[in-house]
Design a protein around this ligand. Structure first.
Ligand SMILES: Cc1cc2nc3c(=O)[nH]c(=O)nc-3n(C[C@H](O)[C@H](O)[C@H](O)COP(=O)(O)OP(=O)(O)OC[C@H]3O[C@@H](n4cnc5c(N)ncnc54)[C@H](O)[C@@H]3O)c2cc1C
Length: 308
């Protein structure tokens, strides 16, 4: 079995759960994964191993404090062994593996949702079709979240590679709007609001439900473009984030093709819309034809009693 490399997804100083899914993807591809962790403090690697991972390499460097494609790609390329590379299909990691692939002269396959032998399947044309490509030799592959089961944690040999002195530039600070809420790209349940919510203040009704069921709150582009209080980081869709949760609840969202592109692969889709002819209903597993003013209070109280 040949070696592969999985690049751990690190968020807010911790390894994200999607990393465990990358181990299963690498195994499904018939490889033996080595996990590489970009970090500023190698202690993140303590106890970070997974069942099936042969070893862990903490790649330490000042550049990993903030994402910068050029410095991350050169530091990781220098430290990671050769082999097929797996990373999460987040905007940052998709950018990163494309850069590493260019350095190594290997193919890139993004947004993979199925692996059978060396056949990789991923959505194309905004999710309207699926393509399967056969890969031979080394490649860089990004895998969507919530597709593969997460591998169990296990003890692994850890080594540290210090790349601090070896990068030309490092981004010192990124100023982002502070948010304590779960990010849509990491969530297993998402409740999203569209222009039909009428005002950004009404997103509080979505947040209440999100708090009950442990969901992230997303938004359509119309909501993001119309209201300054709804940040772009919440946008789901073709020009926003691609999500793959178990449950996606769309509230006051019409279901334009560009929105569907980011969420149509969700396992279950629930739509709440006052217009029975809204296109979102054609893609929903469950549809509620009602205003959100009618539906959300009922949903919130039912879910609260279920979760109590
Ligand atoms: C190049 C390009 C890229 C794009 N990328 C994205 C993207 O990434 N993500 C994205 O979302 N869009 C994207 N769009 C925009 C997309 O085409 C739609 O305009 C957008 O998704 C519409 O958002 P919406 O459904 O919230 O608003 P609308 O289309 O205005 O729909 C609002 C819905 O709310 C319902 N409604 C109204 N009041 C209520 C109520 N009280 N209760 C319940 N329902 C109610 C209405 O019946 C309607 O169906 C893109 C467009 C282009 C051209």
């Amino acid at each position: 079995m040949s070696d592969s490399v999985i690049i751990a997804e690190v968020s807010k100083g911790a390894i994200s759960p999607v990393t465990a899914e990358l181990v299963s993807a690498a195994k499904a591809y018939g490889t033996n994964p080595v996990m590489v962790i970009p970090c500023t403090d190698a202690s993140i690697a303590d106890g970070s191993g997974y069942d099936g991972v042969s070893r862990v390499i903490a790649v330490k460097g000042d550049c990993f404090a903030n994402y910068d494609a050029a410095s991350w790609a050169s530091a990781l390329d220098a430290a990671a062994p050769s082999g097929v590379i797996f990373a999460a299909a987040t905007p940052q990691s998709k950018d990163l593996i494309a850069r590493i692939a260019a350095k190594r002269g290997v193919s890139v396959v993004q947004d993979v949702v199925s692996i059978e032998g060396n056949n990789l399947t991923s959505p194309i044309y905004s999710g309207k079709a699926m393509q399967t490509v056969a890969v031979s030799g080394d490649a860089a592959i990004s895998v969507r979240a919530n597709v593969f089961p997460g591998a169990a944690t296990a003890a692994c040999e850890v080594s540290v590679v210090d790349q601090s002195g070896d990068v030309a530039t490092a981004v010192q600070e990124i100023i982002a709007r502070a948010s304590t809420r779960l990010d849509v790209s990491e969530a297993n349940i998402i409740i999203s609001g569209g222009r039909g919510m009428g005002s950004p203040d009404n997103f509080v009704h979505l947040e209440k439900i999100a708090d009950v069921i442990g969901a992230a709150v997303g938004a359509s582009r119309a909501a993001v473009d119309t209201w300054d209080d709804i940040p772009h980081s919440m946008q789901v869709g073709q020009t926003g984030k691609t999500v793959n949760p178990n449950l996606y609840i769309a509230v006051g969202i019409s279901g334009a093709i560009q929105h569907l592109a980011g969420m149509r692969s969700s396992k279950y889709i629930v739509a709440i819309n006052k217009d029975a002819d809204a296109p979102i209903f054609a893609h929903a597993d469950y549809g509620i034809v009602a205003t959100w003013e009618e539906a959300l209070p009922v949903l919130e109280s039912s879910l609260s009693s279920m979760m109590a």
